[in-house]
Design a protein around this ligand. Structure first.
Ligand SMILES: [Zn+2]
Ligand SMILES: [Zn+2]
Length: 145
């Protein structure tokens, strides 16, 4: 005769980090929604990974499914940046795009690119919407087929 364990629901308890919240225990006995450094870091990494996967798919970059974007195969090396550090750049881009939209003739469907060229630089940096950029990449790929 074997002993059968009673059905166990999600384990509940106090968060292992000592933050004082009580609830279902997740990885390493931290409660979901815990705001300790470890948990925030893990959630941010998960978010970043999801974004990187999405970007890779949109750019049609095949290769190993890895967090290290530099290993992606394809015509392009990319580095996906997420989080607060990148918000000012994104906001600035949206502003420039809006400005360009307002000056563009009706029916102009050309993709928009913002070129960032701070004082003292001669080589600019290009910012584009991922969706428009991926269309552009597909065009280039088609030409090399
Ligand atoms: Zn906690
Ligand atoms: Zn935690």
């Amino acid at each position: 005769m074997t002993d059968q364990l009673p059905f166990q629901g999600p384990r509940k308890g106090e968060c292992a980090c000592g933050c004082g919240i009580f609830g279902s225990l997740g990885k390493r006995d931290h409660v979901r929604g815990c705001k300790c450094k470890q948990c925030l870091g893990r959630r941010n990494r998960a978010k970043g990974d999801a974004k990187a996967r999405r970007a890779r798919k949109m750019l049609n970059l095949h290769g190993a499914n890895t967090r290290h974007e530099e290993h992606w195969r394809g015509a392009l090396r990319v580095e996906v940046k997420a989080g607060a550090q990148i918000e000012p750049i994104y906001t600035r881009f949206l502003k420039a795009e809006k400005q360009s939209d307002q000056g563009a003739p009706i029916g102009d469907i050309r993709p928009f690119a913002m070129i960032a060229m701070p004082d003292g630089t001669t080589d600019g940096v290009v910012l584009m919407r991922l969706s428009q950029f991926s269309n552009l990449m597909l065009l280039i790929e088609d030409q090399h087929r």
